[in-house]
Ligand binder design. Structure first.
Ligand SMILES: Cc1cc2nc3c(=O)[nH]c(=O)nc-3n(C[C@H](O)[C@H](O)[C@H](O)COP(=O)(O)O)c2cc1C
Length: 349
């Protein structure tokens, strides 16, 4: 298996499975002399961790961080930083039933086809649990970017059919779905509770807004900023699309409507989402990603077993009725790793 490493100048490699002993990440290329804020790191891990949100999975994992290399006297040394996150609350027995059945919508069937063997306990490495390791690396990258005046904030703008119309960024941390619209947040929470009671799941859209970026990040032609962000975000399990700025809606516009005109004070609009020609233009960078409904649901569905026989599956276990909410900090983390890598390419470490 390859594909466990992401990034260029700043690079992360993650390892581990959902129900193995531990997960982790090696961060290669971070600058030296940086003091990691462990309180911030802890808070970021809390936002994603299983059991951290009453709307999510009932699996309880503390997601405690052990940094085992790359730090001396409280500062990064510029050598690889290795982080371990131990698994403590595995209930692999929950997955006995699916050891021979393929969950519709999950990675079981394709992983079996590709590798001929799979760790079916909790989905093994195809589990969303893998993203705990990315989050640890991304939280550190966010701290470095924050010192450069760059702020990354992701939030839910749609859960199922409930759409956030308002953009009040100050209330995102005050509701359980991280939405910028108080009225929509209540309806989103109700919808998630309802689909949980129905043994079903629901998807959503996450928007990510990055402020404080200088003009000039991005390496055309293959490493355009949107190409790298697309790679970063679409590598998160269950994300199914990404759009930048006004996204797909630009297709129906005229050029005169869509161009971001300029005067001596700067851009007069931001349809492009903060980039042109694969390079940040100094305006707010904006993108959205679509997250599908959780594949594992407690409803009878048709599938086949590893012998190819038709079967009915009901997925037991502790699954999120809406993984969109837990993916929000992972989106921030992957955006941070991508942009810090591009920063280092432009300005060095
Ligand atoms: C943070 C996070 C948590 C997830 N939790 C679950 C889950 O509880 N149940 C599930 O079926 N899928 C979950 N997923 C999604 C699966 O990992 C993903 O759907 C699966 O690997 C198949 O990949 P694909 O959807 O990209 O095709 C989660 C993903 C993330 C990022």
């Amino acid at each position: 298996m390859s594909g466990n490493t992401f990034g260029t100048t700043l690079r992360i490699t993650t390892f581990g499975e959902s129900h193995g002993d531990a997960l982790g990440v090696v961060i290669d290329g971070l600058e030296s002399g940086f003091s990691i804020d462990m309180d911030h790191l802890f808070r970021q891990m809390q936002r994603r961790r299983p059991g951290g949100n009453p709307l999510g999975t009932k699996r309880q994992e503390p997601d405690a961080i052990e940094i085992v290399s790359g730090i001396f006297q409280g500062k990064t040394t510029g050598t690889p930083i290795a982080i371990i996150i131990r698994n403590t609350n595995q209930r692999s027995g929950d997955y006995d039933d699916i050891s021979k059945l393929y969950r519709p919508g999950h990675a079981d069937h394709t992983w079996q086809q590709k590798f001929g063997i799979r760790d079916w306990r909790g989905g093994g490495r195809s589990s969303g649990r893998e993203t705990a390791a990315r989050l640890a690396a991304g939280a550190i990258a966010m701290q470095v970017l924050s010192q450069k005046g760059i702020d990354i904030q992701a939030y839910a703008i749609q859960i199922g059919t409930v759409v956030a119309e308002a953009r009040d960024y100050s209330i995102i941390g005050t509701n359980r779905v991280s939405a910028p619209d108080a009225a929509a947040a209540i309806q989103m929470e109700e919808l998630i509770e309802k689909v949980r009671e129905d043994n079903d799941s629901v998807g959503g859209i996450i928007e990510c807004r990055i402020t404080g970026l200088p003009a000039g990040l991005g390496e055309p032609v293959f490493d355009k900023v949107e190409a790298l962000l697309g790679h970063a975000i679409l590598s998160i399990g269950a994300t199914k699309g990404i759009e930048f700025g006004d996204g797909f809606s630009v297709a129906s516009r005229l050029g005169s409507e869509n161009n971001d005109q300029m005067d001596s004070n700067g851009f007069l609009s931001n349809h492009a989402g903060g980039m042109n020609g694969g390079i940040t233009n100094g305006d707010t960078l904006l993108f959205r990603t679509a997250v599908k409904p959780t594949a594992s649901i407690g409803r009878p569905q048709k599938t086949i077993d590893i012998g190819g026989n038709e079967q009915t599956i009901v997925v037991e276990g502790r699954h999120d009725p809406c993984i969109c909410v837990r993916i929000i900090p992972v989106v921030e983390a992957m955006a941070a790793i991508t942009l810090l890598s591009l920063w280092y390419e432009q300005y060095g470490r």
